[in-house]
Write a new protein. Sequence first.
Lengths: 179, 179
Amino acid sequence: MDGQQTITEKNYPIEAKWIFKSILRSILSALIFSLLFFFGLNDSRSKLYLIIFIGFVPIDLIYFALRRVTFHYSIDDKFLLLKQGILSKQQRHIPYGVVQNIYVKQDFLDRIFGLTSLTLENASANQTKGQQAEQPGTVGFSGNKVIIPGLTKENAETLKNIILQKMKENPIVNNQSGL
Amino acid sequence: MTIAMSKTREQFPLSTKKVLKKTITSTLVYIILFLVIYVSFVLIFFSFAFSIGNLGLITFGILGLLMVIIAVTYFYQLWYYNVYFYDLTEDYIVIKKGPITPHEITVPYERVQDVYVDQDIFDRLFGLYDVHLSSATAASGESAHIDGVEKPAADGLRSLLLQRVSEKIGKNRNASPPA
């Protein structure tokens, strides 16, 4: 890899395993939620719900696969350029100076699948309070967060260090705006 | 089990009393619940004069279960204590915690908005302090804290943090061209 090339999602991709992890996670959360309703139902009703759940798997598969291929990031000179969206496309430029902090985390399923997610936060409004549980299959940006899930542990660490380096090279010149 | 040591943790160590405090605070609700259940059982037995053999079995069962819960919590907290990692590096504050679902936050000194030290009621009993810091995001305030250090370490951490922050901000300000 030559140093001149800008780093994109091709260098540090979201692993294909992430799709299966997201499917599993959405199924598990749906199952736990619906367990409350299963009690007291007869067998045929339960079977119907089971069929509905299984029916959602291919839809999930398509959805998460599309989310994965439509998410792009590239680490440019001055900005972190992000693109996402299946039908409605969104683009976002984040100057490195305004990135407030970086999280590297693994949840329980991530540990099983050997994945790591990287989250950047800036100080814009529309913050989700606290460490709110992320929706299954969260990828990309919303509010003040940029989430790049499904990286391998090494890739997440490398990407974190690249972004930290960029933040150091592009400090906030006046402490107010960051631009 | 090896302790996740860093230069900062060597200099400002976490107190071992933290394990004890965390064990007590997180099992307190079970202790109270089980005692209430036990006392109500005892009252029922005495008012209806059942055989004492059953009461012995119930005492053994309830206290045994409570002991198991406390032991499990204790070992989990010990594990948590051992993997608790914090380091004030040249440019960033890195805090990593969580043995099963690791969660790491990196905050550059320039982005620190707030440093504060607090104690809850159990901290006061044990003589422990929590050092909090936050950047401009809501989530960072909740995940970036070093809890369970004793007074000298808390004061040391706070003054080191404040010193590094003002150094970094001062440097950036001088480096910026007077546009």
